[in-house]
Design a protein around this ligand. Structure first.
Ligand code: FAD
Ligand code: 2HG
Ligand code: ZN
Length: 472
């Protein structure tokens, strides 16, 4: 059967694009965090939508499960196959054509394997901003961004990947190509298929191409780091910026003292320029299409107001692009610093801004009381109410042993607090194989059953990324 499949796939792809040797498959079998490792019959590397469609048809005929993969930077194990050795990985990395930049329509049409940073660069060459931005942008691909509905650091101004997407091309579970590559900002022709596929993590269809929105490139950007003493003044500061800067506010990221302790330890060259390790360091960015002076004066005026009303205790404005970049590097290296420290327990959650203060103070207290010495590495996209509320064992305690003993109860404690605050257990990273049980527990019975019905309708043979998102 396996041999038969490989012979048939040989009629679709050149043999160099069908990887079956262990050493060739290895880089595709483990996730970025080294949390999940699987086995695969083969890794398939198509270069056109027609090849993807032919592969999916073959998989449908032979009931072979497919795990789509982009840049393999996902944080929930969604792109990692199971242990059976019967699944195939379908990597989109050879599908990297930019089909069109439509200047008048302010859109870019491109294939799923385009690397996010390349898209930003190509858009900039034409004077446009492609606003999706995240720490993995040098490796993650637009197909993966769409499949996970990735967020990142510009969501508060431009929305998440879903909001940036106007059209999709998708290979369905029976190997048909749905051409939804329309660059329309309005289209009310019945059910929104595009929105169904965005965020479906490869379980409903294979995204092969997309039409994405572009925006004018800002001509000036000012970045500041400010110190706050508690979360309520941080929220008040966010509200002040929202009122005074409105749509010029393009970044509002929060880092706790404990998060930056990890930066000090693993990336000392990126030290916080704010003195005295404040409880909260906030990275704020304003962007404008008018002169440098306008936005700089606005930023200074807001910071002055914030200092006078004691919302902040200190501030440093980046004096040039390189210093601004160094602020962002510090923020974006927290994930890498955590990975170097050990496998922390991740909680990518959203809480309504009005409940954030309560969530953090109550959850910090509960967790510290239950696990004395535990480290709460809390940082994230505060402007979106999105916390990366990650947890590491006390200094000196073995990560593996701590996680084995405490993973489930730690998750339960935190997710029940999320539920009390009417939040979400997955803000931007998705569900993958990591959060299937939690999704079942927290999505609500009706919603969970509806999701299962959609999965069964669109993928009746369950060949598309089985046991991801849902336990079927
Ligand atoms: P993969 O990891 O390859 O796949 C992710 C999921 O999508 C899998 O379920 C896979 O099966 C599916 N998939 C991939 N391509 C397709 C396709 N073409 N069709 C259908 N399904 C597909 N995420 C954020 O949201 N915000 C952040 O700020 C952020 N920062 C990060 C920082 C670091 C350092 C790292 C390592 C990760 C970060 N992530 C972040 C997570 C990750 O980068 C994103 O989820 C990204 O969108 C995944 O893209 P990818 O191409 O690597 O997808
Ligand atoms: C970020 O915002 C990413 O840096 C990763 O979403 C978060 O490490 C994490 O938990
Ligand atoms: Zn994030």
């Amino acid at each position: 059967m396996n041999q038969d499949f490989l012979i048939q796939v040989g009629a679709i792809l050149d043999s160099k694009y069908v990887l079956t040797e262990d050493a060739d498959k290895a880089p595709y079998l483990t996730d970025w965090r080294n949390r999940f490792t699987g086995r695969a019959l083969a890794v398939l590397l198509p270069s056109t939508s027609a090849e993807v469609a032919a592969i999916v048809k073959l998989c449908a005929n032979t009931k072979t499960a497919i795990v789509p993969q982009g840049g393999n930077t996902g944080l929930c194990g969604g792109a990692t196959p199971d242990q059976s050795g019967k699944q195939v990985i379908l990597s989109l990395k050879r599908m990297k054509q930019i089909r069109e930049i439509d200047v008048a329509n302010q859109t870019i049409s491109l294939e799923a394997g385009c690397i996010l940073q390349t898209i930003q660069e190509k858009a900039a060459e034409k004077g446009f901003l492609f606003p999706l931005s995240l720490g993995a942008e040098g490796s993650c691909m637009i197909g993966g961004n769409l499949a996970t509905n990735a967020g990142g650091t510009n969501v508060l101004r431009y929305g998440s990947t879903r909001d940036l997407c106007l059209g999709l091309e998708v290979v369905t579970a029976n190997g048909e190509i749905w051409n939804g590559m329309k660059g329309l900002r309005k289209d009310n022709t019945g059910y929104d298929l595009r929105d169904l596929y965005v965020g479906s993590e490869g379980t409903l269809g294979i995204i092969t191409a997309a039409v994405m929105k572009l925006y004018p490139l800002p001509i000036s950007q000012w970045t500041t780091l400010v110190a706050t003493q508690d979360i309520s003044s941080t929220i008040a500061l966010l509200n002040l910026f929202q009122q005074r800067a409105t749509s010029l506010l393009t970044g509002f990221e929060m880092m706790t003292k404990e998060s930056l302790t990890l930066i000090d330890k693993h990336f000392p060259q990126m030290a916080n320029p704010l003195k005295g390790s404040p409880p909260f360091t906030i990275l704020i960015e304003l962007s404008d299409h008018e002169s440098e002076d306008h936005v700089k004066q606005l930023l200074e005026a807001i910071l002055e107001e914030a200092l006078e009303s004691e919302l902040i205790t200190d501030a440093v404005i980046a004096s040039n692009l390189s210093q601004a970049n160094s602020f962002w590097h510090m923020r974006e290296h927290i994930t890498l610093a955590q990975a170097q420290e050990g496998a922390n327990l991740k909680h990518d959650i959203t809480i309504p801004l009005s409940a954030l203060d309560r969530f953090i103070s109550e959850t910090d207290a509960l967790i510290k009381a239950k696990y004395p010495g535990i480290r709460i590495i809390n940082f994230g996209h505060l402007g979106d109410g999105n916390l990366h509320y990650n947890v590491a064992p006390p200094e000196g305690v073995d990560f593996k042993a701590f996680n084995a003993a405490n993973e489930k109860p730690v998750h339960e404690l935190i997710y029940s607090q999320v539920e009390l605050c009417n939040g979400s257990i997955s803000a931007e990273h998705g569900v993958g194989q990591l959060k299937i049980d939690e999704l079942r527990a927290h999505k609500g019975e009706v919603a969970h059953e509806l999701m299962k019905s959609i999965k069964k309708a669109l993928d009746p043979q369950n060949i598309l990324n089985p046991r991801k998102v849902l336990s079927i």
